[in-house]
Design a protein around this ligand. Structure first.
Ligand SMILES: *Cc1c(COP(=O)(O)O)cnc(C)c1O
Length: 356
């Protein structure tokens, strides 16, 4: 058991959104947030829940200059009985420590973080929307706060959790998207920070995302940073292919983010009796297989969309389509099963859900 986390309640509670159907993503924040500080020699201290408000940081705070920071993303889901539940939250805080290790940020206690998150959610439970497909998006993050321009790991940090009611990702149903295979820019390399959830990976990806968007594509498919040949991930999602009826995904090689949805899809596939493979996939291999009609489905996996079917890929001057641009049966099964468990509509056979 952990000691109670002190709460300072807001004097000015915000009006809750009038409707759950126009929440959008990441624009509305709840009344309170969780904070704890790290001070070298003392560890993580002063855990507290306080009103959501701007921070006061020195302009020289290290995070602004050298990007020593990590983040996470998960969701709280309204259950049919009105309660609130989380999906595999401990995995997110274990991943915090994987990211921290790479970014030389001191580790957190994952169990305490889950506890703190639940305390915050108990206070903010009324902010969890209930319209179908909506959720309360949870953003834990850590920033380096030493007021110093020297290039070294910070001695002080802030860990925070903020909450944002979010709309249904698929307002119009699961429509497959078109993806641009990026052959100029790369997201990550082995030995770099690709496996860590760190803001710099996103900063580095914006240019490709913007170019793809201009060309009429919603996301990019990243290739490896050395050969620009092996498939890594799509946008901020992991990627799966159904090739010859086998579910294939790039192996975690150090430059790919180890997604919790990815892991869940692989675990479910095994339970459902589908053959799975985690391995290197060359873009030319994929292209040849696609042209031969052997790639029946392509989809991305991530917390935000859960499953995002891919209808078409563009690489150099060539476009290939999958399943005639419609969602495939396996993509639909994974989507229905995972969201069914998350929203309490299907039995939670694997004990993935945690109620407050
Ligand atoms: C967060 C993230 C994912 C998906 O991870 P989930 O745990 O499934 O949400 C995939 N790729 C990148 C780059 C990410 O940042």
């Amino acid at each position: 058991m952990y000691p109670a986390i002190p709460v300072t309640r807001t004097q000015k509670p915000a009006a809750k959104p009038a409707s759950d159907t126009s929440l959008g993503f990441g624009q509305i924040f709840t009344d309170h947030m969780f904070i704890m500080d790290y001070v070298e020699g003392q560890g993580w201290i002063d855990a507290r829940i306080v009103p959501y408000a701007p921070l006061s940081l020195a302009p020289s705070a290290m995070v602004f200059h050298y990007g020593q920071a990590i983040f996470e993303g998960l969701k709280a889901y309204r259950q049919p009985d009105g309660q609130v539940a989380l999906f595999r939250p401990r995995l997110n805080f274990e991943r915090v420590n994987q990211s921290n290790a790479r970014m030389v940020i001191p580790p957190v206690d994952p169990d305490f973080c889950v506890h703190a998150l639940k305390e915050l959610l108990r206070l903010e439970a009324d902010w969890v929307p209930s319209a179908p497909g909506t959720s309360l998006y949870i953003r834990p993050f850590i920033i380096a706060t030493d007021a110093c321009l020297g290039v070294r790991p910070s001695h002080t940090y802030k860990f925070m959790i903020i909450l944002s009611p979010s709309g249904a990702y698929y307002a119009q149903g699961l429509n497959p998207v078109s993806i641009y295979v990026e052959d100029e820019y790369v997201r990550a390399v082995k030995g770099g920070t690709g496996f860590a959830k760190t803001p710099g990976n996103y900063a580095a990806s914006l240019i490709a995302q913007a170019n793809a968007y201009k060309a009429g594509y919603v996301q990019v498919l990243w290739l490896d940073g050395v050969h620009r040949r092996y498939i890594e991930e799509v946008g901020s999602m992991n990627v799966f292919f159904v090739i010859d009826n086998k579910l294939v995904t790039p192996a975690l090689n150090g430059s790919i983010l180890p997604g919790i949805t990815r892991r869940t899809v692989l675990e479910l596939a095994e339970k459902l009796g589908y053959a799975t493979e985690e391995r290197q996939i060359a873009v030319d291999e994929l292209w040849a297989a696609a042209k031969a009609g052997r790639v029946s489905e392509v989809f991305g996996s991530g917390t935000a969309a859960v499953i995002s079917p891919v209808g078409a890929l563009k690489y150099e001057q060539d476009v290939v389509t999958f399943n005639e641009g419609r969602i495939g049966p396996l993509s639909q099964t994974f989507y229905d099963t995972i969201t069914g468990v998350q929203y309490g509509l299907l039995p939670d056979k694997h004990a993935w859900m945690e109620r407050l």
